[in-house]
Write a protein that binds this ligand. Sequence first.
Ligand code: MG
Length: 250
Amino acid sequence: MIKLKSADEIEAMKEAGRVSAKALRKTGELVRPGISTAELDRFAENLIRMEGAIPAFKGYNGFSGTICASINDQVVHGVPSCDVILQEGDIISIDTGAIVGGWVGDNAATFAVGKILPQTQHLLDATEQSMWAGINAALAGFHVGDIGYAVQTVAEQAGFSVVREYVGHGIGRDMHEDPNVPNFGRKGVGPKLKVGMVIAIEPMINVGTHRTKGPFADGWTVFTEDGSMSAHFEKTIAITANGPVVLTQE
Ligand code: MG
């Protein structure tokens, strides 16, 4: 069931979005060769709690981190660890969220660790662009498939592939609400977008095959099937009469 939000509720969600965005930005600023993903996680948790918010991911279905920290060929849900030390040339996808007043914010971005290959930078740029294409298609009267179509078109025209098994989602008092928001699709297909819907649009884009594998031993981390790099950008947005409004912003 899709839970529509009132204008007041969307206003309230902006605070959870603001803290989520600040945690993502500030944690991203710490990304450098030599830092562990556990250090990034600790920083993000402290920041969120200092804002009077609650880390949305910690404890969610038993997840141990405040952030998901997914390196290189890890698509999503990487578990922060003191054993994972970032190295020059890596990329790291950080996904984090905060709860304020019972409302959840959720956002992600992929960061370069030091100097990265031009093709890897191209992946990051195309993934972020595909997210914005999806956001711009999130208009009342359109359909969920229009968002997926927009994301997929940008990603595939850049020569990359769209992960199928993991998708965006409605969000509100729960981190994952209806509807699912795939990053692939056809125009005019799927649930109709309405004023008051709040969704997380989050393309996961691979250099090689769209297929994924895992999770394996840790029960969480998802990898690209072929070991190619993967990037992930996400924002929580509200569909309003005046178009999409990004809630995960400072
Ligand atoms: Mg999400």
